[in-house]
Structures are given as structure tokens and as C-alpha cells.
Write a protein that binds this ligand. Structure first.
Ligand SMILES: [Zn+2]
Length: 90
């Protein structure tokens, strides 16, 4: 299996959704390492103090439950989309 392919199927699906939304996937250890990589959103969210922040989520290579791990990544994606909607309205 390629280093940049996550070992868990459901997590691979979530990663695919993140990539489709423009997120960068920075593969650190890859494979079955604890810290598989990092997902970074493509947006600059204003944080209220004039600074811009990006959403960042660590992707674990050995999640206890691949569905929970996939949910966690999808929640990050939803939260990011909600932030965009909120700031774009202002
Ligand atoms: Zn974001």
C-alpha cells in the first residue's frame, strides 16, 4: 500500500471528501503510524483579532474506530464550511 494511502477504508473516504473540498493532506508518517498526517483547509478564516487561521486536523493512522476517525474529519470539514458561510455573510 502506498505511503500516502490511509490503511483504513472509511478514513480514506473521509480524506477523499476533504481533498474534494480543496483541503491539503500533508502525509507525515503514512501507513500505520500513530500520526499519519495532517489535513489543512484551503481557507483563511478571520479569527476576530485581524489574524487569519486555517483549520488543521491531525489524521491518525491507527484509530481505535475508523468510523469515529472519519466522523471527526467530516466534522472538521463541516465546521470549516460553517465558518466560511458565517464570515461571508458579514
Ligand atoms: Zn477552514
Amino acid at each position: 500500500m502506498a505511503r500516502d494511502t490511509h490503511p483504513k477504508k472509511e478514513v480514506r473516504r473521509a480524506i477523499k471528501e476533504l481533498r474534494a473540498a480543496g483541503w491539503a493532506i500533508d502525509v507525515a508518517g503514512g501507513g500505520h503510524t500513530h500520526r499519519w498526517g495532517t489535513a489543512i483547509c484551503p481557507h483563511q478564516h478571520p479569527d476576530g483579532s485581524g489574524e487569519a487561521t486555517r483549520c488543521v486536523r491531525v489524521i491518525y493512522g491507527t484509530p481505535r474506530n475508523q468510523y469515529d476517525e472519519a466522523d471527526r474529519l467530516r466534522r472538521a470539514l463541516r465546521k470549516c464550511q460553517q465558518m466560511r458561510t458565517r464570515f461571508e455573510k458579514e
